[in-house]
Design a protein around this ligand. Structure first.
Ligand code: SF4
Ligand code: SF4
Length: 395
């Protein structure tokens, strides 16, 4: 598995692969495997979760790999990364990995080393007393929240990512360190509807949402932006060219066409759309990637707009907790949030989670045929017929 050292030759269409360098980009993963994984590559028998946050993988040869999973964070300081590397050097022969949900995984090849590692991790605390490396995030619990940049790095967020995730995770910490839910619950967060965090397929998803179209800064637009690019950036063709009264080139926006995606702001900073009161947090539920029991599902909007209450987002935390508690109390073992909601019917889901169903949750997309499976289609129950009767909906 060595890296290629050959020089790039002339391209020969008869032998397109001759002298071709194929190791451009990241270095080959093989060199980063611990030796126990190199020795047993492709020969693993099974794996088991020994306790929340601790896994063991057993190979055909009898070799074992013990993995201790800790909660990490999306933005790490150099000091934090150095500490992680020190731990890896001390207990794991310098090996450490990160999961896609920002968990840190330390791997050892013996039970004794794993116990020493666990003790070390549990003893490392912040001055406030909280764990620096909380162990957990495996199996039927809540693992770390995958999230997006938020105000720290991106330009289009409708809310902040890191602070919301911290507040929600503080409330769900018992589920991070435990495995008492019916199945795993994946929570994710994206701070605008471009969704660079996987909110479209998570059990519970938090989404920052703009509710107002961009403001056009006619004074500077032509000086800082390429107008054709801005027009082309709009997915709904809401932007068209115009001229101001003073004859300056600019753009105008057809508000009823705008879906507040922020693409135009990405192209042109003279079209800001962040708004303290208009921006809100939307909650979605029932998505998953796994095809166990049922096919993968999209997350569906269940709460259209919660206020953007910095820095602890109490309404968001409360809603997530309510959904997870209702799910924990009512779902069958191995049922994900979406499986549970589909078994009992989405209408019952709203009742059990004590969430109001509003007209904002109805999929009125004109080409709805494509989106049927992305909204909370439900069967009516007695409770909803009663409401319908009370307002004169049925005779
Ligand atoms: Fe930026 Fe949107 Fe991604 Fe948030 S979700 S980091 S605002 S692109
Ligand atoms: Fe178009 Fe999106 Fe800009 Fe609205 S926010 S005008 S939909 S690019």
């Amino acid at each position: 598995m060595a890296l290629s050292t050959e020089r790039l030759g002339l391209y020969n269409p008869q032998k397109p692969m001759e002298n071709r360098l194929t190791d451009l980009g990241p270095r080959h993963f093989w060199q980063y495997f611990p030796s126990v994984i190199q020795n047993n590559y492709g020969k693993w028998l099974y794996h088991d979760i020994l306790e929340p946050g601790v896994l063991v993988h057993v190979a055909e040869s009898g070799d074992k790999v013990f993995t201790v999973r800790c909660g990490g964070c999306r933005f790490m300081t150099v000091e934090n990364i150095r500490e992680i590397c020190d731990i890896a050097d001390k207990h794991c022969d310098g090996v450490v990995r990160f999961t896609t949900r920002n968990n840190i995984e330390f791997m050892t090849d013996s039970h004794d080393k794993m116990e020493a590692l666990k003790k070390d991790l549990q003893g490392r605390k912040h001055v406030s007393g909280s764990y620096k490396f909380p162990i957990g995030g495996t199996g039927a619990g809540v693992t770390n929240i995958v999230h997006t940049q938020g105000y720290i790095h991106c330009h289009t967020p409708a809310t902040d990512a890191s602070s919301m995730v911290k507040a929600v995770m503080d409330d769900l910490f018992d589920h991070f360190q435990g495995m008492k839910l019916p199945a795993q619950v994946r929570v994710s967060m994206a701070c605008c509807l471009n969704m660079c965090g996987a909110v479209h397929c998570s059990d519970v998803a938090l989404l920052g949402y703009h509710r107002k179209p961009p403001i056009v800064d006619h004074e500077v637009l032509a000086k800082v932006c390429e107008i054709p690019l801005v027009i082309a950036a709009c997915p709904t063709a809401a932007i068209s060219p115009t001229k101001t009264e003073s004859g300056q080139k600019s753009v105008k926006i057809k508000n009823e066409r705008c879906m507040f995606c922020g693409n135009c702001y990405t192209m042109c900073m003279a079209l800001p759309l962040s708004d303290y009161e208009g921006d809100c947090v939307t909650i979605m539920a029932g998505g998953k990637v796994s095809n166990r029991i049922s096919p993968p599902k999209f997350s569906k909007v269940v709460i259209p707009a919660l206020p953007n209450n910095f820095p602890r987002f109490p309404e968001v935390c409360e809603s997530v907790k309510t959904i997870i508690e209702a799910y924990a109390a009512d779902a069958n073992k191995y049922e994900r949030v979406g499986d549970w909601a589909e078994r009992i019917g989405w209408e019952k889901f709203f009742e059990k989670c004590n969430l109001p169903f509003s007209d904002h949750l109805i999929d009125d997309y004109r080409l709805q045929y494509d989106t049927y499976r992305t909204s909370t289609q439900f069967k009516y129950t007695d409770a909803s017929w009663a409401v319908s009767k009370a307002i004169g909906g049925i005779k």
